[in-house]
Design a protein around this ligand. Structure first.
Ligand code: FCB
Length: 462
């Protein structure tokens, strides 16, 4: 039992050895899209086809990572979540390994360790090699096998120095935004296909977990899930039922197979009613998927407000922000208490260690005339979310660390560069980095290993 379990006074503190850091992903920050043998990914194709902002240059982190790692170290961070680009390492998706691609991550892992920063790589953060997409992408079961083989390459190259692995980032977002809503690569719009893809993503997670355990039994592995708590908009039992239905769709469809070895029965019934039998699930699949990981990666941003009125082919409707509730610059409700409830629920329902792999929001502050970036909204929200996190720890949730999204202002997928999530401001024209007030505040928290009050003189720190 955790010593924090029955504490009566809030400590605002965190366990010893807590991981403190920030997160990025390859396509969103690296740039160098055509260098050292990298092949195109589905996001290169998708952004080109739709004329969107692309990751061609992004934050040029591929070249600038040493300076970025220096910044992390100056801020006191002891962990960095980044992703390995499959199209750099196995450009064709299967087969030949590209040594130059692997060498990049090999150097980066060494460079992080030299600075006292624990590398936390994600194996898949959405940049599927286009060559695999041409052979069916995630609609093909073979892609999960290809992923397992790619994971082995990564493990063999980096597993002697990496002890915390993340498998497949946010299978809900990949399957729903990529295959049902058409908002993300590859831009399809079909519920049945999205469910097929979700199963293959879970299989990929299961296969990679198995490989990690075979090759690196001392390592720990987790899956980063986008978890959106669903709140009914009224006390009407119909809205409560709709919110539970939406919870099945967004959260339990992934939590239950990974942590309980089965899809949730109510959601199976709903989906089978809409698309027919989920006949791609083969014997043994749920054993592979359900070999519990060592922790769940929690990506938390906001809640969903649900009413029972059907919309878009599903028996509920997602409503916009509640008037009076604070929102970020992208209009998402900023509701830290929901974060606390989510963590306590995960602890209660699934009893699994948690690593916060993403949390943050859009505040588009720019440097003032004195050069300082006063992102007061992010400072306030960060403090409130860290307080919520410490309360969840006090309530017994076992939390391994907190990785803020994001280190840098970067390519926010289909939203482009207009949405700034970074602790560090990036000037698009010059690539100049500016540490924002929020990063200075975060550094003060990290140094204390507890939530400190906002400081008046943020400019003087770090
Ligand atoms: C998550 C993604 C991450 C970033 C944040 C804002 O869904 O995993 O790459 O875009 O949202």
């Amino acid at each position: 039992m955790s010593p924090n379990k029955h504490r009566e006074q809030p400590t605002n503190g965190f366990p010893p050895g807590f991981l403190w850091g920030a997160a990025t992903s390859s396509y969103q920050v690296e740039g160098a899209a055509r260098e050292d043998g990298r092949a195109p990914s589905i996001w290169d194709t998708f952004t080109a086809e739709r004329g969107m902002d692309s990751g061609e240059e992004a934050c040029d982190h591929y070249h600038r990572w040493p300076a970025d790692a220096d910044l992390m170290a100056q801020l006191g961070m002891n962990a960095y979540r980044f992703s390995l680009a499959w199209p750099r390492i196995v450009p064709d998706g299967t087969g030949a390994v590209n040594p130059a691609g692997l060498a990049h991550y090999d150097r980066m892992v060494d460079g992080l360790l030299e600075r006292g920063i624990t590398p936390v790589p994600t194996l898949y953060h959405w940049d599927l090699p286009q060559a695999l997409q041409d052979r069916g992408g995630w609609t093909s079961r073979a892609t999960a096998d290809a992923f397992a083989a790619y994971a082995e390459v990564c493990l063999d190259a980096l597993g002697d120095r990496v002890d915390t692995w993340l498998t497949v980032n946010e299978p809900w977002v990949v399957s729903v935004l990529g295959y049902r809503l058409g908002l993300h690569a590859p831009g399809e719009q079909d519920l049945r296909t999205s469910l097929l893809v979700a199963h293959h993503l879970l299989l990929a997670h299961g296969a990679a977990t198995q490989r990690i355990r075979e090759r690196r039994p001392a390592a720990r592995v987790g899956i980063p899930l986008s978890l959106f708590p669903n709140y009914p908009v009224t006390d009407d039992p119909a809205d409560a039922a709709a919110a539970w239905g939406s919870d099945g769709y967004t959260n339990r469809w992934f939590l239950d197979p990974v942590l309980r070895g089965r899809y949730p029965a109510d959601t199976v019934e709903l989906f089978e009613g809409l698309v027919g039998p989920l006949d791609w699930v083969r014997p043994g699949d749920l054993d592979l998927i359900g070999a519990r990981p060592d922790f769940v990666g929690v990506n938390y941003y906001t809640r969903r407000r649900i009413s029972a009125a059907p919309a878009d082919g599903l028996p509920w409707r997602v409503l916009p922000a509640q008037p009076g509730v604070p929102v970020t610059d992208s209009g998402w409700e900023d509701v830290p208490e929901v974060f606390q409830d989510l963590l306590v629920r995960l602890h209660r329902d699934y009893d699994i260690p948690l690593l916060i792999t993403e949390n943050g929001g859009v505040w588009n502050a720019e440097p003032g005339p004195d050069g300082r970036v006063r992102d007061a909204g992010r400072v306030r929200a960060l403090r409130a979310h860290l307080l919520a996190l410490s309360r969840a720890v006090d309530a017994g949730a076992q939390v391994l660390g907190y990785l803020h999204w994001s280190l840098l202002d970067n390519l926010e997928w289909a939203e482009g560069y207009g949405q700034r999530f970074g602790l560090v401001h990036v000037d698009r024209a010059t690539q100049r980095r500016t540490v924002k007030d929020s990063a200075r505040y975060y550094a003060a928290v990290i140094a204390a290993n507890r939530v400190v009050d906002d400081t008046d003189d943020l400019a003087g720190k770090a």
